[in-house]
Ligand binder design. Structure first.
Ligand code: LLP
Length: 416
């Protein structure tokens, strides 16, 4: 839980841009990209943080992009990514809605197909379209059941034993197979990883035996970050080594080189992001001491949705350190689940934090991934602003999304 930005800069940002506020450190994002440079392609799973300015930063660093909706394809294009068969943008999904089908066909965005139905629908409108096959190897892993994307309870990917059927459709319909892809969930452990690598080599063998050639394999995403102090830190060299060995086995089967991709979301941006909120009230309820802040689960959904843990910190307005006190941190929403200190199942867990007073700032750490991108307008709360800084320099701070207004929300319904 490195704090990417110092307390004086955070106070400066709160004063200039107001709270609640998302703050990202560009330098930290670049350092995470650098840690994965051994892979031929780093493809950013933009669902983790889809602001176009973050995407521009990724593009400047040579990172390609994954899109999972028409909106994400249009975001990538707005950030300067080129559409087309060379795959700067790849569209990953388990179905193609009609509008998205038209968009991928128009821009010839390679499609990473998670169902066989997608293949026929694509071939009908875009002959020879480049495709990847996303395979569900029959097992998965996740920090919560909601983020496990493998095994028979997951809707994701083409079931491993159906690879042959998918390849038959590709051949019959004249689509162009680019590669095989697997993403079994978020939160890696090396045991699962070795299993995934083995499964990938088996799949490449099956494709080769069926007379198909491939140019690439994708390791998917899922690299974890240490949300808790002392939590596991991914050894990226070891991670690469496992995949590189699988790649070499697959190359031996095919008799030529294979491009190796990785597709992280969280690893690239989680630790570079902070949610900055202001303490607006404190109160006691029986044994619990509540600290009420101006950000809610409509901003950061992860604790309410998964019981996810985020480190938190009080920045006292007077700058004087205070003794800690078990505190339940909650937001402004009219819903009792609007609590940031909770575990899976909605159990409220008080956290030892410096005693908070009205006017202090609350920092919620490691919120660069699945923070802003999962926000909603619940309780008619406008989306909040996002700011990008370079290291700790206030002069570099720039607004990369302005605060939405209630008028903008009402405009969608006006005059109808
Ligand atoms: N590739 C595919 C096909 C994915 O479905 C995902 C995430 C990723 C890559 C990136 O996974 P990452 O490296 O970020 O773990 N909202 C949840 C996470 C959902 C992830 C969905 N798919 C959370 O806040 O933890």
């Amino acid at each position: 839980m490195p704090r990417p930005v110092s307390a004086p800069l955070l106070w400066n940002l709160a004063e200039r841009f107001g709270t609640p506020l998302w703050v990202y450190d560009a330098a930290l994002i670049r350092s995470r990209i650098a840690a994965l440079q051994a892979f031929d392609t780093i493809r950013f799973a933009q669902k983790a943080c889809s602001n176009t300015h973050i995407l521009k930063l990724m593009r400047e660093q040579g990172v390609k992009v994954d899109a999972v909706s028409r909106g994400e394809i249009l975001r990538a294009l707005a950030a300067g990514y080129r559409a087309g068969a060379d795959g700067e943008i790849v569209f990953t999904a388990d179905l193609l809605d009609r509008e998205t089908l038209a968009t991928v066909a128009e821009h010839r965005v390679p499609v990473n197909a998670g169902s066989i139905d997608m293949l026929g629908q694509l071939a009908a409108v875009s002959p020879g379209h480049p495709v990847w096959l996303r395979i569900n190897p029959g097992f998965g892993h996740g920090h919560s059941n909601k983020t496990n994307t493998g095994g028979e309870h997951s809707k994701h990917g083409i079931w491993h034993s159906e690879l042959g059927a998918a390849l038959d459709v590709i051949r019959a319909q004249g689509l162009k197979l680019v590669g095989l892809h697997m993403h079994i969930g978020s939160g890696v452990d090396y045991g699962h990883l070795a299993q995934v690598c083995g499964a990938m080599v088996d799949l490449v063998r099956q494709a080769q035996e069926a007379g198909h050639d491939l140019q690439a394999i994708s390791a998917g995403g899922g690299l974890s970050i240490p949300y808790r102090e002392g939590g596991a830190v991914i050894d990226t060299a070891h991670y690469f080594g496992l995949w590189d060995a699988a790649r070499k086995q697959a190359e031996a089967l095919l008799g030529h080189g294979l491009h190796l991709e990785i597709e992280p979301g969280r690893f690239l941006v989680a630790e570079a992001g902070l949610l900055l909120a202001e303490v607006r009230a404190t109160k006691n309820a029986g044994a619990n001491h509540f600290v009420l802040v101006d950000a809610g689960f409509n901003e950061l959904m992860r604790p309410a949705m998964y019981g996810a843990f985020h480190a938190m910190e009080i920045l006292p307005r007077d700058g004087v350190a205070r003794a800690s006190r078990p505190s339940v941190v909650a937001g402004p929403l009219c819903e009792s689940g609007d609590v940031f200190t909770q575990e899976d199942g909605g159990v409220v867990v008080p956290r030892a934090l410096a005693e908070a007073r009205v006017g202090d700032l609350l920092l919620i750490h490691d919120t660069g991934a699945y923070g802003a991108s999962m926000s909603s307008n619940y309780n008619s709360r406008p989306l909040i602003a996002e700011v990008l800084v370079e290291g700790d320099d206030p002069a570099t701070a720039r607004l990369i999304r302005r605060r939405q207004t209630v008028e903008e929300l009402l405009a969608l319904e006006a005059g109808l």
